[in-house]
Ligand binder design. Structure first.
Ligand code: ATP
Ligand code: MG
Length: 290
């Protein structure tokens, strides 16, 4: 079975999707196959992987219902739509694209609806069951992207994954959001979320959006919380730097390795640093057995 990974933090905007896409790219660069599963109704990650709005509209018109269709309570029986029916290729013009497939979210509203159906019996295991019915043998990793709320879509994702990587920003709220994930998993999750043979495990935590000045490890102490470092290992030691301007940002919609001149979109040095750090993430995952 493919290694299943969920980037998590209960605070929004910390870089879960950035991490999911960065790790997807870096693992694909090693020649390993990745299936990216979009469970955030906003669908930012599948877009960053090159599934454009136009592509989404075409897929819908051609009868592909996206992840929301697979998770629909009415989607059952012999003609049920499975993950294999809705997978689309990565849209990057880059050699890594051949190793990346995407389970897209095609309309925000439809996936939001799935998030409201927690009362339907068995709803929380729906993604897990869809993955169980799907032959993932050609993939090394399945990476699941969610929104920030601790709501139903997140619980579905947490039920389906085996591993969690905490995405932390050097900011009090960012640390607290990560701590909420930790306490939920340590406390109730493994009992509340059914059909788990093993507890959800942490592969570690990673720091995003670092301005390079502060020590994120100090924030827990300053705020009377136990610092994350005391019980979970860092995933990689080097934080992803803060991209200072739009110009420094990775060229979403194309791979980070895309050969853009430095003057365009991504500053060459920032891009090189970010690529190096995501490669370190991939190396850790390879060590972890993906
Ligand atoms: N290292 C960084 N430096 C500067 N901006 C960043 C960095 N990482 C992410 N961002 C930007 O911050 C925003 C949030 O990042 P991202 O979408 O990855 O976070 P998220 O946790 O998935 O957010 P959401 O709650 O919307 O799902 C995006 O606009 C992204 O481009
Ligand atoms: Mg996101």
């Amino acid at each position: 079975m493919a290694y299943r990974l969920l980037p998590a933090n209960n605070k929004g905007g910390v870089g879960r999707t950035t991490t999911a896409v960065g790790i997807t790219w870096a693992v694909a660069e090693t020649g390993r196959r990745v299936l990216y599963v979009e469970m955030d109704p906003q669908g930012d990650g599948d877009r960053r992987l090159g599934v454009t709005a136009e592509t989404k509209a075409q897929l819908l018109a051609a009868g592909n219902p996206g992840i929301a269709g697979v998770l629909d309570p009415q989607n059952k029986g012999d003609n049920a739509v499975g993950l294999a029916d809705i997978i689309v290729p990565c849209g990057w013009d880059d050699p890594t694209a051949q190793f990346i497939d995407i389970v897209p979210s095609l309309t925000q509203q439809d996936l939001e609806l799935r998030g409201m159906e927690s009362h339907v019996p068995g709803a929380v295991t729906r993604l897990k069951r869809a993955l169980r019915r799907f032959d993932d043998s050609k993939y090394h990793m399945v990476i699941i992207n969610t929104g920030s709320s601790g709501g139903h879509l997140y619980q579905m994702a947490l039920t389906a994954t085996d591993w969690v990587v905490l995405v932390v920003i050097p900011d009090v709220d960012g640390i607290k959001g990560a701590m909420r994930v930790v306490s939920y998993i340590a406390g109730d999750a493994n009992e509340e979320l059914p059909e788990r043979a093993d507890p959800v495990k942490f592969v570690g935590w990673t720091v995003n959006n670092s301005d390079g000045s502060g020590d994120h490890r100090a924030y827990g102490n300053e705020n009377d919380d136990e610092p994350l470092t005391s019980f979970i290992d860092p995933f990689t030691r080097q934080p992803i730097p803060q991209w200072l301007t739009m110009r420094h940002r990775p060229a979403w919609g194309s791979a980070m390795s895309a050969a853009l001149p430095p003057s365009q979109i991504v500053h060459a040095q920032t891009r090189a640093t970010v690529m190096k750090i995501y490669r370190a993430h991939a190396a850790e995952l390879v060590k972890a057995g993906i």
